[in-house]
Design a protein. Structure first.
Length: 511
């Protein structure tokens, strides 16, 4: 009888309970995605716009379910026994990144509602919500298997979204380039994961960290190679050089709302993965990934800003190309605190997250204004923005504010303070050379941001092959697009009014 009771107790101990509230945000996004895909079969063409509003409602619900989790003390899918390792942890880091990802997906949905008439509505909303679900899962993942699955769930729908414009050669080419380069990066990352598993015998990050502290000498090279190769897949997602070559063509070929989504969520996914594997999984190999990320940061910000500087105002879609190269440069800044964490403490990670929050708001706002201008100027050249203040003064003021935030100049105080926190993290970690490289790149970026800002308020001129930039047109602007611009502008202004929040946020440990 005692043996039977002990057996029953042992069997019960192997059963993992599921904390449904902890996993609710990504689950809600995934369930709504499936619901929209099924509903698309039964909804008439005239009622297809209702699918977009259903997607918005689902994302709002997912965001609302983050509120009960704000204590950041929930975990689920945990190992039974002495090793208390969990595969899903809803800590403060995960919640902040989930709020960022789902908020960006919500704004992307608002940008897209008025522009999905020429796109397959059901597939579009299904893919967007599926990608958002994967992106929301990744920051809470605490084992390499879940990390890889979440990364692919976030990425695979994004490939289809880039190429969703049927019959558009540019869109198809962009999707193919994005897909092929991502597959290669994922293959390299999986090779690294296999090396790490072969060395440690575990996939859970906390257990990997413990076992890498005592790796036998004959396995040290294998472990170091695994650490480096594992970083490749996440570096690709962040658009870090030399893994950045897909960015300009992908952003230009994709629908503008999807380009905006990729510019923020792609980076959030990449940086979340980098932070988790380096700070939690590989702290004992900081001497390997720290210098590697520092060099990547310097190279990425330099390549991105120099390429953005070379964009010509009259080239077709030069505005989107400049934003694409600018996002590469911004990725370099975001890498700095992660590299600094290898030389000082994990608290440097707060600087990356704080900068990512600022960047998400203002970069989405800039893409929203670009979507507005594209309604009257499909070419979306930089020259099309000249004299924008004469016809759309509020949009011009908003765009000027977003660009100044990205440049780190007043009145975009939030951008200045975010850059100060990143710069300080490099100095505090003893990476003086990286701080100097960052300062030089900030000066380079000032030129093209200020040049674009000044063009908004200049007298309009006629662009060859197009109408004058200031010529009014009676084009209906969807209320959702106006709302997206207003939300990002108001949020940016509110943050600029309380910039000390960035400094406070950057000084808090999120784990």
């Amino acid at each position: 009888m005692t043996v039977a009771a002990d057996s029953a107790t042992g069997a019960a101990s192997l059963v993992q309970s599921v904390d449904w509230l902890a996993i609710a945000p990504p689950v809600i996004a995934a369930v709504v995605a499936l619901g929209i895909l099924v509903a698309d079969l039964f909804v008439s063409e005239r009622r297809k716009p209702l699918l977009g509003y259903g997607a918005v409602a689902g994302l709002v619900a997912a965001l609302a379910l983050l509120i009960p989790l704000r204590a950041g003390d929930r975990s689920t899918f945990c190992l039974t026994g002495p090793a208390q390792a969990c595969s899903y942890t809803a800590d403060h880091f995960a919640l902040v990144i989930q709020a960022l990802v789902l908020g960006v997906a919500l704004l992307t949905a608002l940008l897209s509602i008025g522009d999905t008439r020429k796109l397959p509505a059901g597939e579009f909303w299904f893919l967007l919500l599926s990608s958002a679900a994967g992106a929301a899962l990744l920051p809470a993942a605490r084992d390499l298997a879940t990390l890889v699955v979440a990364l692919e769930v976030a990425s695979l729908p994004a490939f289809a979204l880039v190429g969703i414009k049927r019959g558009d050669r540019r869109s198809s080419e962009a999707a193919l380039k994005f897909f092929l380069s991502s597959v290669v990066a994922t293959a390299v990352m999986l090779l690294g994961v296999s090396f790490v598993y072969a060395t440690t015998g575990s996939l859970h990050l906390t257990e990997i960290a413990d076992r890498l502290d005592d790796v036998p000498g004959r396995f040290d090279t294998l472990a170091a190679a695994g650490v480096v190769l594992t970083l490749v897949g996440f570096a690709f997602k962040t658009a870090a050089a030399p893994f950045h070559f897909w960015v300009p063509d992908t952003y230009v070929g994709a629908p503008l709302p999807i380009a905006a989504y990729l510019s923020v969520v792609g980076k959030a996914v990449g940086f979340s993965g980098l932070i988790l594997v380096t700070v939690i999984g590989f702290p004992s190999y900081a001497d390997v990934w720290g210098p590697a990320l520092a060099v990547l940061a310097a190279l990425t910000m330099t390549v991105g800003n120099v390429a953005a500087l070379r964009q010509t105002a009259t080239r077709a879609r030069s505005a989107v190309r400049l934003l694409a190269w600018s996002s590469v440069g911004q990725a370099g800044y975001l890498l700095v605190p992660i590299a600094a964490a290898a030389y000082s403490s994990d608290e440097q990670i707060g600087s990356t997250v704080a900068y990512a929050l600022m960047y998400a708001v203002v970069n989405l706002g800039a893409f929203a204004v670009a979507a507005l201008v594209a309604r009257t100027h499909p070419g979306n050249r930089l020259s099309d923005y000249r004299g924008l203040y004469a016809t759309r003064p509020l949009a011009a003021l908003a765009m000027g504010f977003f660009l100044l935030c990205l440049a780190g100049l007043p009145p975009g105080i939030i951008g200045l303070f975010a850059k100060v926190t990143v710069f300080s993290s490099a100095v505090d970690a003893g990476l003086g050379w990286l701080a100097v490289v960052m300062a030089v790149n900030v000066v380079i970026a000032l030129y093209y941001y200020l040049q674009w800002t000044a063009a908004l308020f200049r007298a309009p001129e006629t662009t060859p092959g197009d109408e004058p930039a200031a010529t009014p047109r009676t084009h209906h602007v969807p209320a959702s697009l106006t709302l997206a611009i207003a939300l990002t502008a108001v949020t940016g202004i509110a943050l600029s009014g309380a910039p000390q929040l960035v400094l406070r946020f950057a000084a808090v440990s999120l784990f």
